[in-house]
Design a protein around this ligand. Structure first.
Ligand SMILES: Nc1ncnc2c1ncn2[C@@H]1O[C@H](COP(=O)(O)OP(=O)(O)OP(=O)(O)O)[C@@H](O)[C@H]1O
Ligand SMILES: [Mg+2]
Length: 242
């Protein structure tokens, strides 16, 4: 049984059909990358999984249970953590307090959470120096690291990452992807990326989304060399070759 299975998912924003029948599968222990141009429906797919967007039709099955239509808090409690687009770090809190917020789904003593948050800085050494300071000024890459660390504090079975490399300098993108390849050792990840090369470099499986539909899916080396990928990223229409 896959950890996550989405079948024929439809999501509407008013008149706009953002998802027009998306089906995809994430096996436990995998990193699955969802690729697609601006507006393809990548974020909406993650928002539907985490309960932020309500499906008009279709099924979302997590660990054998239907979760379509549940609210975000219930879904976090089941073990799904969403690191959304944009970084939403609270400036009035320290970096460590921001990270600890990610554990709001867990009933664990604050001292234990504090210890776990400190341990996060082993994975994200670049932000350790800001741990306890207020009035920090962080770079885009550092903010992204805080956001990912916060997502991991939920101890999710499934981590949803929305464009973690967006707007980052190439060397920082590499650092973020090094972290993803460490995370994958004990967490299943559904990763949204526009950077196909980086996104597929850490993936077991990839899907290409175009205007609300999956047009292609396969292992990274099956997707590479497929004209449809190039077409999707050049803004053209990918041919369905499956
Ligand atoms: N809150 C909203 N209200 C109305 N339409 C929306 C809303 N959010 C997204 N859309 C529309 O739904 C479609 C899918 O958007 P979505 O944000 O899922 O795309 P995306 O693949 O994540 O794009 P990007 O790469 O730009 O982040 C687009 O046509 C978008 O304009
Ligand atoms: Mg998006």
């Amino acid at each position: 049984m896959p950890l996550l299975e989405i079948r024929d998912l439809i999501v509407l924003y008013g008149e706009i059909e953002a998802l027009r029948g998306v089906s995809l599968t994430v096996e436990e222990g995998q990193v699955v990358t969802l690729l697609g141009a601006n507006g393809a429906g990548k974020s909406t797919t993650l928002r539907a999984i985490s309960g932020l967007a309500r499906p008009a039709a279709g099924e979302i099955v997590f660990d054998g249970k239907s979760i379509a239509g549940l609210g975000p808090e219930a879904i976090v409690r089941l073990g799904i953590s969403h690191v959304p687009e944009g970084r939403r770090i609270f400036p009035g809190l320290t970096v460590k307090e921001n990270i600890m917020l990610g554990a709001s789904n867990r009933r664990v003593a604050k001292s234990e959470l504090s210890r776990e948050a400190d341990a996060m800085f082993d994975l994200f050494p670049d932000i350790r120096q800001f741990s306890n300071s207020l009035g920090w000024t962080l770079s885009g890459g550092q903010l992204q690291m805080v956001a990912v660390a916060r997502g991991l504090m939920a101890k999710p079975r499934l981590l949803l990452l929305d464009e973690p490399s967006l707007g980052l300098a190439p060397v920082i993108v590499q650092a973020v992807f090094r972290i993803i390849s460490q995370i994958r050792q004990n967490t299943t990840v559904l990763l949204v990326e526009q950077n196909a090369r980086m996104g597929l470099s850490v993936a077991d499986h990839g899907y290409v989304l175009e205007t609300g539909r999956i047009v292609l899916g396969g292992k990274p080396d099956e997707l590479w060399g497929n004209e449809a990928i190039a077409a999707a990223y050049l803004g053209g229409h990918a041919k369905v070759t499956a």
